[in-house]
Design a protein around this ligand. Structure first.
Ligand SMILES: Nc1ncnc2c1ncn2[C@@H]1O[C@H](COP(=O)(O)OP(=O)(O)O)[C@@H](O)[C@H]1O
Length: 192
């Protein structure tokens, strides 16, 4: 469970729509997030890129075993608060979900994938064997689904299968329609 308050507040009413796309590495988060951003105008916030490229130090060093930065969650939350918590209009793309404040998001999407398909994707990405196996095990155990379900209200969380291009297109269309419906609702609310 996250360290910060998960209470909804009036701040949530002031910001634009945000969605968190999470899931095991290789399930297709960045591909879906980039396409959703292109279609809706929301900003794709790839947390891996933010941590790598920020002027602020958002990590506690490099983890050789995982070949990844050790995330400093508090520094990352402080860094993202003005953009995601304040302005909004973001698609946050991250394999972790449980430390973000619930008030930041209007929907949490968890992508899942067939284990063999995932293995092949991660192999194609050049991951070390132990890292592929750890991620496939993570997917077999449905850890990302459990993490999101434990951290967010059930009606926030939507699990989407993403094995094929067709499934990716279907997921994209559903999310585009959902974002557009929220934009319409916001416009109606403003004019009433
Ligand atoms: N639904 C899908 N069907 C076919 N290929 C996919 C699908 N989702 C992702 N991919 C491919 O799998 C690889 C990993 O996708 P990526 O978006 O980088 O995953 P993540 O951001 O979760 O690590 C990419 O080569 C991407 O093109």
């Amino acid at each position: 469970m996250g360290k910060r308050s998960r209470q909804q507040s009036s701040v949530a009413d002031a910001r634009q729509t945000n969605v968190l796309i999470t899931g095991t590495p290789g399930t297709g988060k960045s591909t879906l997030a980039a396409q959703l951003a292109q279609r809706t105008g929301l900003e794709h916030v790839d947390v891996g890129d933010v941590v790598r490229n920020s002027q602020d130090k958002l990590h506690d060093g490099w983890d050789e075993h995982n070949a990844a930065y050790v995330l400093n969650e508090d520094a990352l939350l402080d860094h993202l608060e003005p953009l995601v918590g304040g302005r909004g209009g973001c698609i946050v793309d991250h394999h972790s979900s449980d430390f973000y404040p619930e008030r930041w998001f209007d929907k949490v999407v968890v992508l899942t994938c067939d284990n063999t398909v995932l293995y092949n994707r991660l192999e194609g990405r050049g991951y070390a064997v132990h890292k592929i196996q750890e991620n496939v095990q993570h997917e077999i155990m449905q850890c990302s689904v459990e993490e999101a379900n434990d951290a967010y209200a059930k009606d926030f969380v939507e699990v989407m299968r993403s094995d094929t291009d067709e499934e990716m297109r279907g997921n994209l269309e559903r999310l585009v329609a959902w974002v557009q419906s929220r934009t319409t609702t916001d416009a109606v609310t403003v004019t009433v």
